[in-house]
Design a protein around this ligand. Structure first.
Ligand code: ZN
Length: 239
């Protein structure tokens, strides 16, 4: 889909919506090959088999969750394994998104798999096939009238609150192959990305609720920091 198109409907990013950066523009690289001739260099390489690991999820109160994360370079050590581990960790905790600070790494990386949200009659179509890796992402634009939705977070178990966010966004990011994309998202898919993007900015969803509500939650939040919480996945508590 061309840049600037206003047709960001709910089915916008079902494959065709994700446009690789540079596609459909004046090609600086000259020759354009039919896609069937393009093979990723990685297709020739025998990849080591990684046994994915479940990592402990950092709980509310850990300073890593409050720090702005930093960009990574393409040669970041162990990146492929880290991404696999993050997906494994997220699935094990029944999450639909996980950001690197949540496993203790202050880097601009998050993974999302919101496909379960699309399932069933009441499923949200914006989440169909919505599995992605976001590396060094930049939200270029957010638009529309704010809407409220209940959010939760794997770092803040058993606590859900209504959060207001804008319904549409445009984001630029690298995927796990270091291909650069620009993508427009809306609906619940946009919300998942906004929540995870906040994590790499050092912001939690409870920072977006009213100060009064946050005050009322203080006791529960302190309990979480101390590990006084009933949770069925591995966590790391700061206190
Ligand atoms: Zn979260």
């Amino acid at each position: 889909m061309k840049k600037g198109s206003a047709q960001a409907g709910p089915f916008f990013f079902k494959g065709e919506g994700r446009r690789m950066k540079g596609e459909g523009r004046g090609d600086e690289c000259g020759e354009k090959f039919p896609s069937s001739f393009v093979l990723r260099p990685s297709s020739f390489v025998l990849r080591p088999y990684f046994c994915p690991m479940i990592l402990p999820i950092v709980a509310y109160g850990d300073p890593v969750l409050k720090r702005r994360a930093v960009d990574i370079a393409e040669d970041y050590p162990g990146l492929a394994k880290l991404i696999e581990d993050m997906f494994e960790t997220m699935y094990h905790a029944n999450g639909i998104g996980l950001a690197a600070p949540q496993i203790g790494k202050g880097i601009r990386l998050f993974v999302v798999d919101a496909t379960p949200v699309a399932e069933g009659e009441d499923g949200d179509p914006t989440c169909e096939d919505f599995k992605r890796v976001f590396i060094n992402p930049i939200i270029l634009e957010e638009s529309g009238d704010e809407w409220s939705c209940e959010e939760g977070c794997l770092s803040i178990p058993n606590l859900r609150e209504e959060v207001k966010r804008k319904p549409r966004l445009k984001i630029e990011y690298y995927d796990e192959h270091w291909d650069l994309y620009e993508e427009e998202l809306d609906g619940f898919a946009a919300r998942v990305v906004q929540h995870e993007y906040d994590h790499i900015e050092g912001v939690l969803f409870i920072d977006k609720i009213s100060p009064l509500k946050r005050t009322l939650l203080r006791g529960k939040l302190n309990d979480i920091s101390r590990g006084h919480v009933d949770v069925n996945y591995r966590m790391k508590f700061p206190k």
